[in-house]
Design a protein around this ligand. Structure first.
Ligand SMILES: *[C@@H]1O[C@H](CO)[C@@H](O)[C@H](O)[C@H]1NC(C)=O
Ligand SMILES: *[C@@H]1O[C@H](CO)[C@@H](O)[C@H](O)[C@H]1NC(C)=O
Length: 192
């Protein structure tokens, strides 16, 4: 008994010693809150969504698949600053009347302090969504390398006959504080 528990303790000690210190200290940072507004243009030449599969089957719109490139702005005003785009695919994937939608895509920052960083999302939204949808953040790049978190998307409101707006709050925890401090990589091989 005694010797096996000594062996066990030794194994545990060895395992803990192998785990790099960074693994133990990461994931302790606070969530960063990035409050944005999702602007979707449903119709017309400026549309930010395109139906690529429309099986036209009953019940409801099961199977309908769209590719999206919506705008994420700092305010509800469609003229407010554009900071990111939501690029991805949405699939109507429920046989129920609630029209649940599978969402997958990238929030691609195009301006501001997170310019060029990407947040990859995967989740579900209900239409009509009377409440809020919570969408998982599964990964990221640049300043959000290996980040985790979630997005709270509010109800959509029509701001015109062709456009909708909804709140889009990103809560994200970078994998490690040190990743936030990554400098852009130096250019390689540009001089002879
Ligand atoms: C964002 O980064 C891209 C690529 O580096 C650059 O071309 C663009 O000017 C930047 N945008 C802003 C608003 O800083
Ligand atoms: C909002 O816009 C959508 C798409 O154009 C339309 O189907 C819907 O009836 C509108 N709702 C209201 C309340 O205006």
């Amino acid at each position: 008994m005694a010797s096996s528990s000594v062996t066990y303790s030794f194994l545990l000690f060895t395992l803990l010693a192998i785990v790099p210190l960074s693994f133990q200290t990461c994931h302790k940072g606070k969530f960063i809150h990035i409050p944005l507004y999702l602007h979707r243009i449903i119709e017309g030449p400026e549309a930010t969504t395109l139906t690529i599969i429309n099986p036209g089957k009953i019940p409801y719109s099961f199977g309908t698949t769209r590719v999206n490139d919506h705008e994420l702005r700092v305010g509800k005003d469609p003229k407010s600053k554009l900071v990111a785009r939501l690029q991805g695919v949405s699939v109507e994937s429920s046989l129920a009347k609630t029209r649940d939608i599978l969402l997958l895509g990238n929030v691609v920052f195009v301006a501001g302090k997170y310019n060029n960083s990407i947040v990859s999302i995967y989740g579900r939204r209900s239409v009509p969504s009377y409440g809020k949808s919570v969408i998982s953040i599964i990964a990221g790049t640049e300043k959000f390398l290996m980040a985790k978190g979630y997005i709270v998307r509010g109800m959509s409101y029509n701001c015109s006959s062709k456009a909708t707006v909804s709140s889009f709050d990103i809560y994200i925890k970078p994998y490690c504080k040190k990743h936030l401090e990554l400098e852009p990589e130096m250019e390689h091989g540009t001089t002879m």
